[in-house]
Design a protein around this ligand. Sequence first.
Ligand code: G
Ligand code: G
Ligand code: MN
Ligand code: NA
Length: 254
Amino acid sequence: QELANDIHQACVNEEFTLHYQPQIALDGYYITGVEALLRWNHPVQGLVLPSVFVPLLEELGLIVEVGEWALVQACRQNVAWQQAGHPPIRMAVNLSAQQFYRGDIVKSVKRALEVSGMDPQWLELELTESLTLDDTEVTIQIMNDLKALGVTLSLDDFGTGWSSLSYLRRFPLDRIKIDRTFMSEVATEPNAAAVVQGILSLAQNLGLGCVAEGVESREQLDYLKRQICSEMQGFLFSRPLAPDDVASVLTHAM
Ligand code: G
Ligand code: G
Ligand code: MN
Ligand code: NA
């Protein structure tokens, strides 16, 4: 309604911004990468979260345009941190299904890499399982074309979709991200712990990296340290941060 009107204006006025949530290696607590997360700096309401406005952008067909902006912005930010002398880290960018199928995602990614001068090896694209409900052959072809650019691919919110295991076998993935609904119960629910353990051993046997999402407590971290899991992301280590705050975390990591 009102937000829908405002969001057209937001595109014109460049009211979107990116925050970045660190991803942390479990074997030493250093930052391996960040996930870029879109925020809308609404003139009246202040910072609006993507759970509210990303579905709206999708509904209005604006996500392709805003998504292209986010890709370029994230790549430029990554280059800026490296040029400021920080050690190189991975930059993970979320893609929605519309960007994948309605836009020319391969061209967009290629362009973002070109205009930013970013080394493709540091760019990771996060795909959700909802995307893969569409034509699988087309999906695999696009994924292969993206991989040919030199970027990496991860499957986001892993475990929430209904046929995730067949995707794992067929898609050219580098990493999975375990959905935070599993992590929230891992320290208290034996069944949740068993599921996560199963996912982690599957990932390892398929040669995939793994990021455990939504790690909020010491108990969850202790559980993960007993598993074969390389990375975590969550409020325990850091909330999503404004760019300058990331720079200072990166400085302390050196
Ligand atoms: O930051 P927050 O936890 O509210 O993000 C919620 C969801 O919004 C994320 O899981 C992600 O799927 C989506 N999202 C965040 N940033 C982007 C973006 O740049 N592009 C797309 N397509 N989705 C995003
Ligand atoms: O949908 P996607 O997984 O891409 O987005 C990650 C979302 O999860 C972000 O919006 C971020 O704010 C949120 N998030 C990140 N860490 C935590 C956490 O430890 N707990 C909870 N509840 N949410 C988190
Ligand atoms: Mn994500
Ligand atoms: Na996720």
